[in-house]
Design a protein around this ligand. Structure first.
Ligand code: SAH
Ligand code: SF4
Ligand code: F3S
Length: 480
């Protein structure tokens, strides 16, 4: 279907999204909402499905808060909701395909109840080709908005409820949002944004285009949020950013990440996590702070991407495999028992068999506790999508298989060290498979399933490990 572009629409422009011009990012406080908009959701419900990373999870908490500020309440299921939002991810093609599958499935809800507002937002709609597909093939979608303009959501909903097809995707460097309404998912574990966007422009990655430039929040606002969460009974917070180590580099006279991490630890909240760390910005001071505070969890996500120096250079990662391993070994020495997980891409354009072997060499050396492994997925508009790629899909799949077999085996060996040890688990609740077994995470970020009496969500429980697996540990509450 060819679409008629309407004057009122704002469509994504990825070239524009990749520009970095402004020096300072404006801060927007609170929600833009009229008295009338505060009542548009009265008696109506919403449902949000969230794809992608924790940045999207946190955004969905704000989207829920905003819809509730409009009077909507949460629906248990999409089929009964008056507003359905899909908060999407476009990091790899299969992420987008999953979203399109869901968008397709809502056609029946729209047919059954044509007043239902079906909306798509988040990273994927910042990608030109995807928004075009939505407009051409999914006419039941009546609300499309990007990652930059949440505070306007009440107006968008009002317009969509009046029968308008709303398309508001801005390709700008972005703002910092403070004081937006929120409905947090967890009662004991909270996500805290410390920065938005990314300026690293790794050649394969779409994030700098979907989320704009790196914008750090003021440290006082972050620390106030942590203190408030602590008062509310939260026991664990995760400081969130695409590159937490680069925190503050875009602000004048600001704290760096080591300083922010230390101040966060000093609030006394019981558990502090952070992600994601780019090896390039990881400083000695950060390692020092992590080693000095017991409430900073010994658990670091440190994406490697490739173990081959030429591929790393073409990815624009700005470190060599030797520099990565040096950092890795320093962390392991200075933070005893620290678990380190990673991300690896296989089949990047030009990756030879030999280059892939270099990745396996680093994996053998590092024995990661966990790894998220992906086949390279060309993202239209990124430099790597234009690089020549002669490796067959079959070869890429074989590489992924070999890589997974290797890290799984090494992680399983590595996790034997936990046998007989006592770890501390923050309880998420009964396990999905068995109500007599409880599930939660250890300090090291390992999922732990354990038995015991008198256990509740949010408890911190000492658990003796009796059994280890590649992805999880089993145990029993100490003293039982
Ligand atoms: N900011 C984080 C990464 C966010 S994306 C960092 O720099 O570490 C999460 C992971 O998705 C990346 O680490 C990378 O391994 C993977 N990824 C990103 N773009 C990809 C692509 N085009 N194809 C395959 N994997 C990709
Ligand atoms: Fe993407 Fe690289 Fe930024 Fe991570 S650091 S979000 S991989 S561009
Ligand atoms: Fe996906 Fe956007 Fe996160 S592309 S990984 S949801 S930043």
């Amino acid at each position: 279907m060819t679409i008629r572009i309407r004057d009122t629409w704002h469509l994504p422009d990825q070239k524009q999204a990749g520009r970095r011009i402004e020096k300072h990012s404006p801060t927007i406080r609170g929600l833009n909402i009229t008295e009338k908009q505060r009542a548009i959701g009265a008696g109506k419900t919403y449902f949000i499905s969230t794809y992608g990373c924790q940045a999207n999870e946190r955004d969905s908490e704000n989207l829920s808060g905003i819809l509730e500020a409009c009077g909507f309440t949460a629906a248990a299921d999409a089929s009964e909701a008056d507003v359905i939002l899909m908060n999407t991810c476009g990091i790899r093609e299969n992420a987008s395909n999953n979203v399109l599958g869901e968008v397709g499935s809502h056609k029946k809800h729209f047919k059954a109840r044509p007043d239902t507002i079906i909306g798509v937002c988040g990273c994927m709609v910042q990608e030109e080709h995807f928004t075009r597909t939505l407009l051409e093939k999914y006419p039941w979608v009546h609300l499309i908005f990007g990652t930059h303009n949440f505070a306007e959501l009440p107006a968008y909903i009002e317009r969509a409820m009046n029968g308008e097809k709303v398309v508001e995707v801005y390709s700008r460097e972005g703002e910092i949002y403070e004081e937006l309404p929120e409905h947090r998912q967890g009662r004991y574990k909270g996500l805290v944004n410390i920065m938005y966007g990314c300026d690293k422009f790794c050649t394969y990655c779409i994030v700098p285009y979907t989320r704009g430039r790196q914008r750090s929040r003021e440290a006082d606002a972050i620390l106030d949020e942590v203190r408030t969460l602590k008062k509310l009974g939260y026991r664990e917070i995760t400081l969130l950013g695409q590159n937490v180590n680069a925190y503050g580099k875009d602000l004048e006279d600001a704290m760096d990440f080591a300083g922010l991490l230390e101040e966060t630890a000093k609030t006394g909240i019981e558990r502090v996590r952070f992600m994601t760390s780019h090896p390039w910005d990881f400083t000695e001071e950060m390692i020092d702070v992590i080693s000095r505070y017991d409430n900073i969890m010994p658990c670091i996500h440190l994406p490697l991407q490739s173990g081959d120096d030429e591929i790393l250079r073409r990815m624009g990662r700005r470190y060599t495999s030797a520099e990565y391993m040096n950092l890795f070994n320093t962390i392991r020495e200075r933070v005893p028992g620290c678990s380190i997980s990673t991300d690896i891409i296989v089949g990047f354009p030009g990756e030879s068999d030999e280059a892939f072997e270099h990745t396996l060499d680093v994996v053998r050396e590092c024995r990661f506790d966990n790894a998220f492994t992906f086949i390279f997925s060309p993202r239209p508009g990124t430099p790597a999508a234009r690089m020549e790629d002669e490796t067959e899909e079959k070869t890429k799949k074989e590489r992924l298989f070999r890589l997974n077999a290797l890290w799984n085996q090494l992680a399983l060996e590595n996790h034997q060290k936990y046998l007989g040890q006592t770890v501390q688990v923050l309880v998420d609740g009964p396990s999905k498979k068995n109500p007599n077994v409880f599930a939660g995470y250890s300090q090291h970020g390992m999922p732990v399933n354990f038995t015991g009496e008198n256990i509740h969500e949010g408890d911190l429980v000492d658990v003796e490990i009796t059994d280890v697996h590649t992805f999880s540990l089993n145990g029993r509450k100490v003293g039982e």
